[in-house]
Design a protein around this ligand. Sequence first.
Ligand code: ACO
Length: 332
Amino acid sequence: MDLLNQIKLNASKHNMRIVLPEGTEPRTLKAAEIILKEKIARLILLGNKEQIIEKASELGVDITDAKLVDPANDLRRDFYAAKMVEIRKDKGLTFEEALTLLNDPLYFGPMMIKCGDADGELAGAINATGDVLRPALQYIKTIPGCSVVSGAFLMFVDKKIVDDGILVFADCAVMPDPTDIQLAEIAVTTAKTAKAIVGMEPRVAMLSFSTKGSAKHPLVDKVANATKLAKQMAPELLIDGELQLDAALVKEVGELKSPGSLVAGQANILVFPGLESGNIGYKLVQRLAGAEAVGPVLQGMAAPINDLSRGCSVTDIINMVAITANQAANNY
Ligand code: ACO
């Protein structure tokens, strides 16, 4: 059985409650029908109930088993608003402002999770990443001991290029310009994600345009420092840097440029130095090498909230709901 089917099967054992804030979005509704039929997760669709039902019937999809919740008039609004005020008291958020924010499903969804009424969320089919992330960062926040949320992609590539046919890339979605400490945290968190979702034995390459001092530049120093810090944070982790991409992936180049490394030439996790290279990098591999890109799987958040690309397919939504459900069930 392939990995994605295994992930869906695992999800179905946990019966998690996943909230989908874009309740009238056609691909979301089509995915919802399949998710409910295959019992991958229980679903909560947010939006005006009549509009959701009308859209579903227009599309001919059966969403009878989904729970429909309208953020504009749900009975839990006051409770959620009080919780929001408590969380944002330092920022001076008022009860009235919180009620207004709750009209937005992208705020309502995370508050359902925060207050124990849902286990995870997936959005982004029609909303920009920043708009999906901001409420999650403000109200769900990071897991203890982790200061940064980042986004990993599972990249399914040709087995002729990579032994197992799968690489994990990060950060490709969240942190525009990480510091060395943040980069180190991203590396450690990505290794945990790869282990939890893929069952991978992580070999982490910290990418740069330089290998082991071949170029001198503050950007190179940042990656080299991040590598040292990551080793301190997780001494057991196989990690090497700074490495150029070919030194990370190609055996002969790795042996030449970083002799004796247990990572160079055989990395399975690629940590990019910033969001520009990470986001462009995953899309290059997806579009030019034909890799299937699954993600971004958001990591470091206290509860699973995941984002979709606005170009996502129905299959992407199904896969990401399954991943979100697994994260919720297993706390990663
Ligand atoms: N990890 C943890 N907390 C964070 C992070 C992070 N990576 N980034 C911001 N925060 C916190 C802030 O500390 C702040 O907390 P506070 O309000 O309690 O003080 C809160 O989140 C809001 O942060 P701001 O910086 O005020 O919010 P902003 O909107 O400026 O930025 C965001 C956050 C949305 C993540 C921004 O960095 C962003 O837009 N990143 C890029 C997202 C993107 O467009 N990705 C590419 C597309 S994705 C794709 O192609 C798959």
